[in-house]
Design a protein around this ligand. Sequence first.
Ligand code: STX
Length: 327
Amino acid sequence: MSGPAHLDEILYPAIEPYETGELIAGEGNRLYWEQSGNPDGKPVVFLHGGPGAGTSTWHRRFFDPERYRIILFDQRGCGRSTPHASDPSADLRHNTTWHLVADIELLRRNFGIDRWQVFGGSWGSALALAYAQSHPDVVSELIVRGVFTLRRSELEWFYEGGASAVFPDEWEEFIAPIPVLERGHLIEAYHRRLVDPDPAVHVPAGIAWSKWEASTLTLRPDPDLVAGMTEPVAATAFARIENHYFLHGGWFDEGQLIAKAGVLRDIPGTIVQGRYDMCTPAMTAWDLHRAWPEAEFVMVPDAGHAAFEPGIAHALRAATDRFADGE
Ligand code: STX
């Protein structure tokens, strides 16, 4: 999918990669990667959301193809990477934030890139912050959107009832597969079902989990997004990977990504946040802004969470354009 039609007026035209391949990551993981745009342009790595959502072709379109060397890759277990987490036998023990941070470094070294721009939204913002805080010297600029840091308050907001205040109808569907006595800990209750080897158990759980997210991401309902995210194979992988990460708090110390924001001080940055983001509410982007005041902060007044919402896409393109001629 080259993306919703309105993106034609906001982002760059759809392009094809000039090279694709597989990164041989650890523990049997093979990660799909691709390069598009200008091979001699400024390198940028795109970190997708979820975790577990995979990249889409329209993600290339945030970057001027004449000025950027655009690198997309699918994180462990999702998209075109294998083994795929929709397979009940796929082992998620070696799929953690710190494995992904190491994968990004391996990708950079394999490409012979000294420094690159890091661009990530939602889960991709958490991964971008974790990567930049671990390897600040190799990050030329950092662009984060729909900021998510996996603090307990953020996970409880979206998965343990906070957002039910705004979406009581969708929430009813989310909790429906879980017996009343298990509803005190929904991430754990979903975990039991998502790891069940029986497809009659894990597939409906994956679809219900993914539908909750798909139905609450955008300012206006988006039936195409819901249809795409509830497709059984993608939904199962997405739900399994997300749930595994959230059960473990992303393997972060509580508040770690905000507490370590000082490490980012010398990295030119932009933070983009939708005011009506129900998935990763603006409080987190604001906390990051306070901890990293040197970064440009853009609050989009009329958007939810998704990167393709007009105001968000516009602000992201403005950020990549502004950084395009640096270095
Ligand atoms: N998950 C937030 C996140 O990263 C809690 C995310 N949510 N939906 C997406 O990403 C996609 C729109 C990329 C599927």
